[in-house]
Design a protein around this ligand. Structure first.
Ligand SMILES: Nc1ncnc2c1ncn2[C@@H]1O[C@H](COP(=O)(O)OP(=O)(O)O)[C@@H](O)[C@H]1O
Ligand SMILES: O=C(O)[C@@H](O)C(=O)COP(=O)(O)O
Length: 416
């Protein structure tokens, strides 16, 4: 069984959806579960909110997740981080990878954020988003983990204990046996991690075969999709695919992502539905603010499309807000307001929640407190509908940069 430790909740649903698409029966758990697994599954994804926590906390949470997965019968582990490698010079991708390797008594793994279907590719160890380098893609303006370099070896070396080598495109295309030999060479040269080029899915397919016996794999969801397909090559590739869809019911959208794509999605959606900007100053200073937003949402639940509350702003506005209130203070206040608002709306009877942004989605789901999710149909690559395990509440947790401009209405067009 494959055990996945995801550093945020959108990332968890992203990887879970690709595992399901490629035939693995998968469940997504909300944090480290307090109970044993009840579902017969081939993969378990544990959603953590550890991407931007202090390093020690992220390491500790990840090790707890690993221990639970080991106890539950997993024999291979995947550390899922963002396809845009969201991290800083102190972590958390490096330290968590090191801690997981140590705990598994291993000393080598791969670094593979590539997700070609969503434009994330790696060439000569540089991460691209579409046709631009990561650090020119808009990710340099990320509110919490601004990405100012695209070189994965440098990014990893800054935050991890060991040295990072490269298996370049010209080697990857020579096939899985050759890639395995490259890994051996890198190990002999003292490298602990290998960035592996992937400009399209065929390199991920090669890599999936080359790492089939690795104890720990790290990356975005792209490689996981091909691992699932490889593991499933002899049998029921369609078995786990699901048609699970949300019911038409009271629905809301909460958008706390400031990514380039979320900005476009919010702008497009504002032409269709009731919309309200979440004001940072109010979040910080008005103790009644979540209640006021709640009243606004419930007055607007009966439109053709769900109302949206958004903190999403363009880079210049974000900079001004962060300069005025402090980045962390602003982020924290916004996240708390969204969490409180979501809780009130659930109590009111809202059944479908669409959230945008990894941190935002994570805090909302933690507050709503489900044990975990079944994985439903994808709205866009990497964004499935999820159904809470014990009730008919559905969620779509949209990664900052995923989905088309019409994502928010696309999601609702799937209601049955
Ligand atoms: N208007 C804003 N001003 C300051 N911070 C903001 C604003 N809107 C959102 N944020 C914060 O930015 C962070 C966005 O992160 P996240 O939700 O993970 O989105 P993404 O998926 O795009 O990375 C959150 O902590 C959120 O609270
Ligand atoms: O790998 C990805 O890009 C996503 O699964 C993911 O982790 C996105 O993070 P957010 O943009 O913070 O939602």
């Amino acid at each position: 069984m494959l055990g996945v430790i995801a550093d945020d909740f959108t990332g968890a649903s992203d990887i879970a959806s690709f595992l399901v698409e490629n035939g693995l029966r998968t469940v997504q758990m909300n944090g480290v579960p307090k109970r044993q697994l009840q579902e017969p599954v081939e993969a378990v994804v544990i959603s953590l909110k550890s991407r931007s926590n202090p390093v020690e906390e992220a390491v500790q949470q990840s090790l707890q997740a690993l221990a639970w997965l080991q106890k539950s019968g997993c024999n291979q582990f995947y550390f899922k981080y963002c396809s845009t490698f969201d991290s800083t010079a102190s972590g958390n991708i490096g330290p968590v990878t090191d801690a997981l390797l140590d705990q598994l008594n291993d000393d080598f793994t791969v670094i593979t954020p590539a997700l070609p279907i969503n434009g994330r590719t790696i060439f000569n160890g540089y991460l691209f988003v579409g046709q631009t380098l990561l650090n020119e893609s808009g990710m340099q303006n990320h509110p919490i983990t601004p990405m100012k370099d695209a070189n994965l070896m440098r990014l990893m070396d800054a935050q991890a204990r060991g040295k990072t080598g490269l298996v370049a495109y010209s080697d990857v295309i020579q096939g899985a046996d050759h890639v395995k030999r490259c890994f051996e060479q890198l190990k002999q040269q003292g490298y602990r991690y290998a960035v592996v080029d992937a400009v399209d899915n065929s390199q991920l397919a090669v890599l999936a075969e080359a790492i089939d016996d690795f104890k720990l794999v790290t990356g975005g969801s792209g490689l996981a999709a091909y691992m699932a397909a490889y593991k499933n090559k002899n049998n029921t590739a369609q078995a786990a695919k699901t048609a699970l869809l949300p019911n038409k019911a009271k629905s809301v959208i909460l958008s706390g992502s400031c990514s380039v794509m979320t900005n476009k999605q919010v702008e497009a959606y504002k032409t269709k539905a009731a919309h309200k900007l979440l004001e940072v100053e109010q979040s910080l200073n008005n103790p009644n603010y979540a209640e006021e937003l709640y009243q606004w949402v419930i007055e607007n639940l009966n439109g053709e499309f769900a109302p949206i509350v958004y903190a999403t702003v363009a880079p210049a506005q974000l900079q001004a807000i962060q300069a005025e209130f402090g980045g962390e203070t602003a982020s924290h206040a916004i996240e708390q307001t969204f969490a409180e608002l979501a809780q009130k709306l659930k109590q009111y009877g809202v059944k479908n929640f669409i959230t945008a942004g990894g941190e935002t989605s994570s805090i909302v789901v933690q507050k709503l407190g489900f044990d975990g999710f079944q994985i439903g149909k994808q709205i866009a690559p990497g964004v499935p509908w999820l159904k809470a395990l014990d009730e008919a509440t559905f969620l779509a947790l949209k990664s900052g940069n995923f989905g088309k401009e019409s994502f928010f209405s696309d999601a609702q067009e799937m209601f049955v």
